[in-house]
Design a binder for this molecule. Structure first.
Ligand SMILES: *Cc1c(COP(=O)(O)O)cnc(C)c1O
Length: 452
């Protein structure tokens, strides 16, 4: 542990330990129970059942300890069971667990909205609505933009991921597994090319011109309520758009009265070494969507943005029973304070140096690594078939699958990503140390060597 991060509540050694076969006998027994009662539509990447978690480590029911380079998909950014988050949530649980903000409100919701207004990009009056999940934030962002503009069209980019609800299924790029068989889907969603420098070689301005030309042809700005963009695409494979792409799109949106929405659900909340990844591109979105890392593991999400857009909805039009739950809000306040007080933006930058630097050295030795990309603690490698790097860059999903499986046997949790399944992504909590990173790189090196 670095001394800049709060000690985890549970006294869990911050080291990996492989005590049994992975998965071990207790996990296998739980898995059998689960298969009898949990829907087959819910899958698990690594069926080890977790009993305790702290900092950067997960411990399973067989006593195996894993270095966690997934963070529950970028949720436990401040660390698993981070002390101040646990304390704030526990205290709130005793005071008020639920009232429903739309009946009798409470301070914690207001405080989260203040913190979001303060930390999201853009120097203007901002307001928020709080909800339960990322997909719900996306749905509300679209509702709010439609109400404000009086238009119906929703533009999204290729390789995007926005959730699993009906509207967001229609907004995703990839049908399988998210949408296959689940239609009919929402209409008025328009898909346009993104910027994918590794695969399209275009400048940001040229990629944006392509996106704009496509949207003008397929829908037209006058029918567009919003353009929803992840500043770094998450499930798509940590695709960082070429410089100038987002700013050019924002210029076009502003000119035509289209609300531009940043889906910062995966990239936000200190993950990239900035509060929000939009800042890396100098982008000041009209609306910002947050979820995942905002409450240290408790379910909370938000839509934050220009006051005039946020205020266009009629009273009662936004909300929901659990939205902005007091316990989740108290945890979120603690997350904001922890990021500030423990200098976690700098920790994310430290992680980028150690992790990206190490991956770039591996890329010099293994031509399976087509590209190393990302920012802060949101870094990935895109794997290609041997001998195709710099040419066809043929996606190599098999290699990613084998690396993830090999690392799990060594007590390290890695996650895959990417439209082609050929991206290995790293989104550890910011409690991960340089030693943990060195261990992960060593295991990755050995895994790559085995692939030959
Ligand atoms: C995870 C994610 C979502 C959906 O969030 P849920 O909380 O799973 O509904 C939306 N957008 C992005 C970029 C995400 O990473």
């Amino acid at each position: 542990m670095t001394d800049t991060v709060n000690a985890p509540v549970a006294a869990l050694p911050q080291t990996r330990l492989v005590a049994t076969a992975i998965p071990g006998p207790n996990s296998i027994a739980l898995h059998a129970r689960r298969q009898a009662v949990v829907s087959a539509g819910v899958s698990s990447a690594l069926p080890v059942y977790i009993a305790r978690a702290a900092g950067a480590v997960l411990e399973d029911v067989d006593g195996n300890r894993f270095l966690d380079f997934g963070g529950g998909i970028g949720v436990t950014t401040v660390g698993h069971t981070e002390a101040s988050v646990v304390a704030a949530a526990a205290a709130q649980l005793q005071d008020v667990t639920h009232t429903l903000f739309t009946i009798t409100p409470y301070e914690e919701y207001v405080r989260v909205a203040e913190l979001l207004a303060e930390h999201t990009p853009g120097n203007w009056a901002k307001k928020s609505v709080l909800v339960n999940s990322g997909a719900e934030a996306v749905e509300n962002g679209v509702k709010i933009a439609r109400k404000f503009t009086g238009r119906r069209g929703v533009a999204v980019l290729d390789h995007a991921y926005h959730g699993r609800t009906n509207l967001t299924m229609a907004m995703n790029y990839k049908a399988s597994p998210y949408a296959t068989g689940f239609g009919p889907f929402a209409g008025d969603v328009y898909h346009a090319p993104n910027s994918y420098p590794f695969r399209d070689g275009l400048s940001g301005e040229d990629a944006a011109a392509r996106t704009i030309a496509h949207l003008e042809k397929t829908v037209g700005a006058e029918d567009l309520a919003c353009l929803v963009v992840e500043p770094i695409q998450g499930e798509g494979g940590f695709i960082v758009p070429a410089p100038g792409f987002l700013a050019t799109l924002q210029g076009w949106c502003r000119e035509h009265g289209v609300v531009m929405i940043a889906d910062e659900i995966q990239s936000g909340m200190a993950r990239t070494g900035r509060w929000f990844a939009s800042e890396l591109a100098g982008w000041e979105p009209d609306l910002v969507l947050t979820a995942k890392g905002i409450a240290g593991g408790l379910p909370l999400a938000g839509v934050t943005g220009r006051a005039e857009i946020m205020d266009a909805s009629q009273p009662g039009g936004l909300g929901g029973t659990f939205g902005g739950n007091p316990v989740a809000c108290a945890a979120a306040v603690a997350v904001f304070e922890t990021i500030e007080e423990h200098g976690l933006l700098a920790e994310a930058q430290r992680i980028e140096r150690a992790l990206k630097g190490g991956l770039e050295r591996l890329a010099e030795r293994y031509d399976l690594i087509g590209e190393v990309r990302g920012h802060g603690a949101m870094v990935a490698i895109e794997l290609v078939e041997p001998g195709t790097r710099g040419g066809a860059n043929t996606p190599n999903a098999t290699a990613v699958g084998e690396l993830v499986a090999y690392a799990a046997q060594q007590g390290i949790l890695f996650l895959s990503a990417g439209t082609y399944g050929n991206v290995l992504r790293f989104l550890p909590s910011l409690a991960v140390t340089d030693d943990h990173i060195a261990e992960a790189l060593e295991v990755l090196d050995a895994g790559l060597a085995r692939l030959g």
